[in-house]
Design a binder for this molecule. Structure first.
Ligand SMILES: [Zn+2]
Length: 251
């Protein structure tokens, strides 16, 4: 768990003008010459808008009326319990339309499930993952929606492209990583990979310690990657599952 450095958003996100091209002059309005001048002005305005096209495309959902519909309590992984993290610990986004998702990042909390849920709800914590997994019974809590950017990797680019999973436990306690936990986590990761077309390999399913610039060591040397990847690949793909297909699941 690490705060994301430099999380302030570009000013252009807020200042981008997105109004529709101005209407041409009314029938009874200006002379022909006036219309031509008006047309030139409209063209200039149009090209200015063009230079902002990329910015607008990335931030379209911030514009009035473009908010992506979300339902309170909705989850992306079927069966997960929704326990909302403080909005200070993640950034609203519209993935994968604005940022592609191609990584799952595995974390170990250095604490227990309840502690993780509590700190994620703390606005001062500055970090949260998308999911928290309980070791004893494999229970999964979703704390940030997958379309949003959670601050978990300590690297802005990796936060934007990844989904983070926190596991209850300690990096130096192998016995804490139970079969139950590996199986539940593998099911979750396989589901994420299937829904976002992420390859189930070690290039795309990585540990926090493998994030460039990360000063964290989790999940640590006791995390059994071979076993984990085997379990992830063994999960049968859910029939008919697609982005958003798992919405609303509870319990
Ligand atoms: Zn971590």
């Amino acid at each position: 768990m690490t705060a994301e450095p430099g999380t302030t958003e570009p000013e252009s996100a807020r200042s981008g003008s997105a109004g529709p091209p101005s209407e041409q002059g009314a029938r009874s309005g200006p002379s022909r010459r006036g219309l031509l001048l008006g047309g030139g002005a409209a063209l200039l305005a149009g090209s200015a808008a063009y230079t902002q096209r990329d910015t607008l495309r990335r931030w379209w959902w911030r514009l009035p009326g473009n908010e992506k519909p979300r339902k309170e309590g909705e989850v992306d992984h079927r069966g997960a319990e929704w326990v909302a993290a403080s909005s200070a610990n993640w950034r609203r986004a519209n993935r994968p339309d604005d940022y592609g998702i191609d990584r799952v990042i595995v974390h170990v909390i250095q604490g227990d499930y309840a502690v993780a849920l509590k700190v994620f709800q703390d606005a001062g914590h500055g970090a949260a993952a998308h999911y928290v997994l309980r070791t004893s019974d494999g229970r999964v809590a979703q704390t940030v929606r997958e379309l949003d950017v959670a601050f978990h990797a300590g690297n802005r680019e990796y936060n934007e492209r990844s989904i983070g999973i926190e596991h209850e436990g300690f990096v130096d306690r192998r016995e804490g990583f139970t079969e139950e936990m590996y199986r539940a986590s593998a099911k979750l990761t396989a589901d994420i990979c299937d829904r976002h077309s992420i390859p189930k390999d070690r290039r795309h399913i990585i540990g926090h310690h493998e994030v460039p610039g990360a000063d964290h060591t989790d999940p640590g040397e006791h995390w059994d990657w071979e076993r984990y990847l085997r379990l992830v690949r063994a999960v049968p793909p859910r029939s008919g599952a697609g982005p958003g297909a798992a919405g609303g699941g509870k319990g």
